[in-house]
Design a protein around this ligand. Sequence first.
Ligand code: LLP
Length: 451
Amino acid sequence: MSLPASDLTKQPDNRTTMDLGAVLPKTAEVRDDHLFIGGVDMVELAREQGTALYVFDEADLTSRMEAYRDSFRKRFENSDIIYASKAFLNKEVVRLAQAQGMCLDVSGGGELACAQSVGFPMERVFVHGNNKTPQELEEAITAGVGRIVVDSRIELARVSEIAGRHGVVQDIYMRITPGVEADTHEYIRTGCEDSKFGFTMLEDFAFTCVGTALNTPNVRLAGLHCHIGSQIFALHSFREAAAVMVEFMARIRDEYGYVVEGLDLGGGLGVAYLAEHNPSSIDEFAEVTTQAVRELCAEHDLPLPHLSVEPGRSLVANAGVTLYTVGILKTLPGIRKYVAVDGGMSDNIRTALYHADYEPTIANKAGQPRTEIVTLCGKHCESGDAVVVDMPLQHADLGDIVCVFGTGAYNMTMSSNYNGQPRPAVVFVKDGKARVTTRRETYADLYQRDL
Ligand code: LLP
């Protein structure tokens, strides 16, 4: 794996930090050339806590949770927001989600264990995954989770068997593949026909399996689910998915005489990674989805379902940043300028994996224009190890603190210990105070499982 060739014609944009718009966490500001988030000086925080460091703007995070809840509730009273914990998970974010009255999407036993460890109400948990193991299903059912989102016919039988053995009736949602091609990177597109997720609608398979579910003991079909992909800018894709799902619900009513009460339209709202990105707002997303469901239900003479959505990225991506210290500088004439930081693909695999874009700034030069084009490479033994490729940055000196914006989603949860790199701490900042919510990994942590 190597980096794409540098575009040598690319010009610095001369933007300063505060010109980066929707990429910034909401409380970002610049004082005396230093970047502050949550009233905390990122340069001082980096010196105190060490780098690489994940930092979350707590006010930003809670305001997005509130925006989701309120935007949906005011348009659609019978609705819930399910936080997709795969985007970013530690105990504190689960506590925040609970305090905001959210439900929680867990995609396996490990995420469920985190929710249990802080006493998150199990009836508000949705369990996802295309291959939950029998053990994970057993754990979920005995924990008393509210919903298992069943992904296949084989799993339906497993859930029935386990629930029966424990003498309970398990509420399930069935995940349907609506055949909608969302407008996003193919690796994170999930709703199209060729997908390992869900019941395909091809050859009427999903419809037949709904019939099977309705006749399966110890499960109750409480709803249908779909998830068409992630980082989606075009809201019409959600409307298309809603149309397929509501029509499917109408057919279930007509042919099986069963009114499905819940509809979960998944996550996927896109966010700004670059200053020029202009994603739809949470409010616009709520408007499109609730209006679509309302109109489509009226069209099919269906009662309004209990509506839910499962955002991950759009709750946490822009609330989070990563801080690094500049350790090495190398200029390769006619090729590119490397600024090496003390992290990389171990704390942010998205650049290597998806060629993801991020906006960087130097936290101790935050008021200055970004006058150079650089590649922020990591410290790992891999040529393709970079956090930011060919982006504008202020002139970097050794010891500078680099802040990379928009790293709150799918960075920490996709991190690794490659090259024996201990994972960064997670710090929440708010009202001038910083609190560590996940401590930095130690060398001892790395090898404590070894015998
Ligand atoms: N619900 C289900 C069933 C999902 O699979 C996902 C994400 C979500 C909700 C949340 O989607 P969001 O609102 O975050 O788009 N690792 C990739 C993203 C993978 C998304 C997986 N599923 C990335 O770093 O871009």
